[in-house]
Ligand binder design. Structure first.
Ligand code: SF4
Length: 230
């Protein structure tokens, strides 16, 4: 994925680093594909748990500061490519970009080895309501600006599928394209939203329309319904 991402979204830079641990394999691939040297620029404190599932913003930001330490010797004065596997809310990535700049980096270029994460997962990955997913609210330029990066690129779905090496329909891709392969009963969806964000009900459930059975509509169903209504 990192290698294809380096061909898809090249940039002139001095060093490629990954966000530990999730971004490291793609960072190594990006370095191999681009010829830019790979180095460890962020060190992880392994006793702190993942931050994006922390229940509130303050805890997530504190978690980022406690979890990662930048290596100034690697970053100072450099044009840095930072590779991560995804951006969920954007909070963690924004803090990381700032941390790298504070360590003296001249430029920070974000490269993400998944397409934009726009839809919540109901199959076991603990993410937020749709409205809290930054890619459902902002376009790529808006996300770049929010994170304070000099550039931002996500791998395309085509390159992701090519990297995996199997037909697209063999996999769930719902968090990227909203095509849920298994219907989500309303009770499950509501329970998740209340648990995750304290969100009380349908008005704030991430603008996800429901069909007549109380199941989340796919984007195709919504489009078909809107076309009929017109
Ligand atoms: S691909 Fe499917 S199962 Fe995996 S995180 Fe996305 S929505 Fe969840």
């Amino acid at each position: 994925m990192g290698e294809l991402l380096s061909q898809q979204a090249p940039v002139e830079a001095d060093v490629v680093i990954g966000v530990p641990d999730s971004g490291l394999p793609a960072a190594i691939g990006y370095a191999m594909g681009s010829g830019i040297p790979y180095q460890e620029g962020l060190i992880k404190n392994r006793y702190i748990q993942r931050t994006f599932i922390q229940p509130d913003q303050t805890q997530r930001e504190l978690g980022v500061r406690m979890k990662l330490s930048p290596l100034e010797d690697v970053l100072r004065g450099k044009r840095v490519v930072v590779v991560e596997d995804s951006i969920v809310r954007g909070t963690t990535t924004k803090r990381i970009v700032q941390m790298i700049r504070d360590a003296g980096a001249k430029e920070v270029h974000l490269r993400i080895s998944s397409p934009p994460y726009q839809w919540p997962c109901f199959y076991g990955i603990d993410t937020a309501a749709r409205k809290d997913l930054i890619a459902s609210q902002l376009d790529v330029e808006g996300i770049r600006a929010y994170n304070g990066a000099d550039s931002l690129a996500y791998i395309t779905m085509e390159n992701l599928v090519e990297a995996v090496g199997h037909p697209k329909d063999n996999f769930c891709r719902a968090c990227f394209d909203g095509e849920y392969p298994i219907d989500i009963p309303r009770e499950i969806k509501d329970a998740k939203l209340v648990f995750e964000s304290g969100d009380p009900g349908p008005e704030s459930e991430g603008n996800m329309p429901l069909d007549e059975n109380g199941l989340i509509e796919t984007p195709q169903q919504t489009e078909a319904r809107e076309v009929v209504a017109v």
